[in-house]
Design a protein around this ligand. Structure first.
Ligand code: URP
Ligand code: ZN
Ligand code: ZN
Length: 482
């Protein structure tokens, strides 16, 4: 078993920082040592295969992106990253585990959906991967299948209060699913937007000739996120089920979550980098059809209304507990352009799996969050929330050796510059997209080295991994269950 010593760095866990050396034996962290690396009087550096000098750099647990959609069929097309391309991009960005969503739709068997997603991912992934289960057709058969997901390591499922006719569940279906969750310990994840109302608003906007991407954000009014979040919280309260609300973007939805938590309810909220940095006015409202790059649901919110600042605040106060990407990339050509002339036909989603760690580190640079909180939001809490903690989310003896060496004095330019004709002139990302939703973002830090279960997969601007390196993560129940 190969041994690696990471020497001279600052180890950052969610609990704090320490000058320490990290000894990796095979796939596992063997020891976290006082600087200087001696064990029982032996110089450790002389007894390992590889020594990495991390002086002046942070040594952090590999990122866990708990919300991705590789190859998701959606809006008449499919997300453009495969498990191979998407997980490789994740690795480049310092994310060493993803949790993707297997899909069940009306009339389909839950376990057929799960098997299909295993088939897509097996042997393809650059980093470790697990699954949540989307229940898009919560009929009696699907609900009956839920408890057995736990034995498969799928301990959370997602319901949608949005997308009528696609993934939508009505209140009665949600109630029944939550009753099962309360009984079994499954965690209910909720897409909280009032889909039927949004669809009427969208239809009315189109009838008025308001067809541009900007109106996607107008149709998906914050009131309908607040209302659905409140309704989900009340149904969870009634049933006693814990609740995890995904991709929260409206400050009023955060207020609903905070109020429920203050009442003692076991509810959690995730936001995404796009809701911290991007806005309705600047990105969705871009000239012509360009705003289509940023069509996602929940939508980007108005900066004038202060949603972005409120998301950062929620992350500081722990009213929001996690940052995932909701990575669901679509190319402009042949995909987003399906919605030319009618924003309702633009496939919903943004690609960010490669940038989450950098974008969240920039929040440390700008003073929005502390360094340990950065680790907590991007790795430790995802591990605790979704039954991976101990192996993932922390650098400690016995943990999987998923480690990122991050240079706070490095620099990362994000984007995909184009020439006057719109042809890419270079590429600073590895996601399978013909544009970047993060064009022009500059990060005051850099992912230098990425180690996944003991193997160096990214180092010094070179990808050294292989497809199939990643293993399936059979997850335990959430640590936040009471
Ligand atoms: O726009 C989004 N979020 N696309 C992916 C599907 C979902 O609702 O998470
Ligand atoms: Zn969603
Ligand atoms: Zn999603």
């Amino acid at each position: 078993m190969a041994k690696t010593l990471i020497r001279g760095g600052t180890v950052v866990n969610s609990t704090g920082t320490a000058q320490a050396d990290v000894l990796i034996d095979g796939e596992t962290v063997a020891a976290v040592l006082a600087p200087g690396s001696t064990l029982l009087g032996f110089d450790v550096a002389g007894h390992v295969d590889t020594v990495i000098d991390a002086t002046g750099r942070y040594v952090i647990p590999g990122g866990i992106d708990a919300h991705t959609h590789m190859e998701l069929p959606f809006g008449g097309t499919a997300a453009s990253d495969t498990f191979e391309t998407g997980t490789r991009a994740a690795a480049w960005g310092g994310t060493t585990s993803i949790i993707d969503f297997a899909v069940q739709r009306t009339g389909e068997k839950v376990f057929d959906g799960l098997a299909a997603w295993h088939e897509k991912a097996a042997g393809e992934c650059a980093v470790d991967y697990g699954f949540h289960q989307i229940i898009g057709g919560a009929d009696a058969d699907a609900l009956a299948a839920l408890p057995a997901l736990i034995d498969e390591g799928v301990t959370s499922f997602k319901l949608f209060m949005a997308y009528p006719g696609v993934f939508y569940s009505d209140d009665a279906q949600i109630l029944r699913a939550m009753q099962i969750a309360a009984d079994t310990g499954l965690l209910t994840m909720m897409h909280a937007e009032n889909g039927p109302v949004i669809d009427v608003l969208a239809e009315q906007l189109i009838e008025q000739g308001k067809t541009d991407p900007y109106f996607h954000g107008i149709a998906r009014a914050w009131q309908m996120e607040e209302e659905a979040t409140h309704r989900a919280i009340m149904l969870a309260h009634l049933t006693g089920a814990p609740l995890y609300v995904v991709h929260v973007s409206a400050k009023q939805a955060v207020e609903q979550l905070a109020a429920a938590r203050d009442r003692g309810q076991n509810v959690f909220g995730e936001t995404c980098p796009q809701y911290l940095y991007l806005s309705l006015e600047e990105q969705l409202g871009a000239q012509g059809f360009d705003g289509a790059k940023w069509v996602c649901s929940t939508p980007l919110r108005s900066r004038a209304e202060g949603h972005q600042d409120h998301m950062w605040q929620g992350l500081r106060t722990n009213d929001l507990q996690m940052v995932s990407t909701d990575h669901c990339p679509f190319c402009m050509k042949g995909q987003k352009e399906l919605g030319l002339g009618d924003f309702r036909n633009i496939p919903n989603g943004i690609g960010s799996v490669e940038h989450r760690m950098n974008l969240m580190y920039q929040g440390v640079v700008t003073g929005e969050i502390s360094l340990p909180r950065f680790v907590e939001l991007t790795s430790t809490t995802p591990a605790r929330m979704f039954g991976l903690y101990g192996k993932k989310g922390v650098i400690q003896p016995g943990a999987d050796a998923d480690v990122v060496i991050y240079d706070p004095n490095g620099h990362t330019s994000i984007g995909m510059p184009v020439d006057e004709s719109g042809n890419p002139t270079g590429r600073t990302h590895h996601m399978n997209m013909d544009h970047s939703a993060w064009e022009g973002f500059e990060i005051d830090g850099h992912v230098d080295t990425v180690i996944s279960r003991g193997r160096i997969i990214v180092d010094d601007g070179e990808y050294r991994g292989r497809k199939g390196d990643g293993s399936y993560l059979k997850r335990e129940l959430s640590q936040y269950l009471i």
